[in-house]
Design a protein around this ligand. Sequence first.
Ligand code: PBG
Length: 331
Amino acid sequence: MTNFNSTFPKTRLRRTRMQGWSREMLKENCLSHSDLILPIFIQEGENIKTPISSLPGVSRLTLNLLLEKAHEAYDSGIQAIALFPVIDAALKSPAGDEALFEKNLICRAIHALKKSIPGLGIIADIALDPFTTHGQDGIVENGEVVNDATVEVLCKQALVMAKAGCDVVAPSDMMDGRIGAIRDTLEKHKFNDTMILSYSAKYASSMYAPFRDAVGSSANLGKSGKHSYQMDFANSDEAMREIAMDIAEGADMVMVKPGIAYLDIIQRAKTHFNIPIFAYQVSGEYAMIKAAAANNWIDGDAVMIEQLTAMKRAGANAIFTYAALEVAKNI
Ligand code: PBG
């Protein structure tokens, strides 16, 4: 690939960088509106917008405001949104039963969105953490998140989401075998066209803190982490095994998460597998950029585009980012 015959001064790489038009023309990667997926936090009530202090510019929205936001996103060229529910503490339980209630907040949101904007892709998270009193993604027995019992519940949750009309179910829990089990469940109930976006390489990262504030799971989670199911950030081969298994089990798309510190994983996955790779610019990444920008230490808009473009350059086909709307308006 490298042109080893290039020598100075016959080759001056600065030539093509001299003018704006040629820099634009020779750009190898650019962000487009359809690359951007907007995650939205939703809450009960009417006309309430609750800012999340650790996630500047992001609020929990009630359903009427969710619809407004979704229209704004769709009108600015965003093709899909991802929904995350904020569940009232009184509705949380150790087994996260509210996740399976067919009239729960998230189901009502999906119905309303599909009725109002049929062309907008709806991605529903599959995991129990917004619904559990302990803040873990699955069922806890003897202090441990148990795999197989959790997978059974996740299958039911995925079916509830598919029935509600979501286009994509996105298991973000990292249990073993859940993609195959969810795929079988969907097939059995004739949801053949419901896509699965698997969070295949999801790392146990300290960058999820603002998200946990947003869904109200951080206090419940306390000091207990998610290291028994999310991946060790020291590992890369293991991510390839996770992705390979999820593809074999029926995933349509796979996620690498977080984003900016994991570009090597995105690139390696893109090189090894012929499946769409998604990246998640997680809450902590977004918050760091916003915090530095608020201090005038960096140009926040420029850094945002730089980091999201880096994820595309690494091989991401689409990116979850809380900045999707502002970026869509800037590009
Ligand atoms: C949980 C889930 C998390 C995120 C998305 N889904 C948090 C966690 O694993 O604790 C994090 C997203 C972010 O930080 O923006 N199922």
